[in-house]
Design a protein around this ligand. Structure first.
Ligand code: GAR
Length: 226
């Protein structure tokens, strides 16, 4: 089986990266990570990648005079590594239309909220302050807006009465670690197509897309599947 070559961009601890690395170890998983790139040399995820034998690169944004030259450097590293898809996994730099258009429909992000609610930063505090009872995460193709683009998959978790930022973010993070590998598999296997702002699961109305996690009532639904 031909695996799609994936570059992962990180800025920090890299727990989503670790979930993707684990998934890619499965022989029948349709993607392999060929490069992990960080804008910060102290990103914990770089160590996780190195332990897994994956090539790493650091492109410090502060050493570039502007966003364009930073992104040109990132882009050329991705191209040199033969990346076909790019996953943002806690990559905390805004990307310009130039970069987004280079990787259009091949650039995926994970965000710890049920978009389009709560884009941006400080998500868990804002989620608690808003008093919502359902939170979750979204994996989506990247467009020019912040945390915007066609939704591939969302996972929902409850917000419990006693939650604080720590407990809520831990519950959402567990959902992220299930959602991201599943969403990348959908993209890498070519089993979805983008229809305007909607993602369709190719030729499938199978309930396979609905996945309940018994201990957390976690729902995973690829957009477009019934
Ligand atoms: C994750 O919660 C991810 O959803 C979030 O950063 C965290 C990175 O954690 N990304 C965003 O907020 C993007 N807007 P990780 O480094 O352990 O994967």
């Amino acid at each position: 089986m031909t695996k799609r070559r994936v570059g992962v961009l990180i800025s920090g601890r890299g727990s989503n990266l670790a979930a993707l690395i684990d998934a890619c170890r499965q022989p029948d998983y349709p993607a392999e990570i060929v490069l992990v790139l960080s804008n910060r040399a102290d990103a914990g995820g770089l160590g996780r990648a190195a332990e897994a034998g994956i090539a790493t690169a650091v492109v410090p944004h502060r050493e570039h005079p502007d966003r364009e030259s930073f992104e040109a450097a990132v882009h050329s590293r991705l191209v040199a590594a033969g990346c076909e898809l790019v996953c943002l996994a806690g990559f905390m730099r805004l990307l310009t239309p130039w970069f987004v258009s280079r990787w259009r429909d091949r650039l995926v992000n994970i965000h710890p909220a049920l978009l389009p609610a709560f884009p941006g930063l400080d998500i868990h505090r804002r989620t608690l302050e808003a008093g919502v009872t359902i939170a979750g995460c979204t994996v989506h193709f990247v467009r020019e807006g912040v945390d915007d683009g066609p939704i591939i998959l969302q996972a929902a978790v409850p917000v419990l009465p006693d939650d604080d930022e720590e407990s809520l973010s831990a519950r959402i993070l567990a959902a992220e670690h299930r959602a991201y590998p599943r969403a990348l598999a959908l993209v890498a296997s070519g089993s979805i197509r983008i229809d305007g702002n909607r993602v369709r699961t190719a030729g499938s109305t199978s309930p396979e897309g609905l996945l309940m996690c018994p201990d957390e009532a976690l729902g995973l639904r690829p957009a477009g599947a019934l």
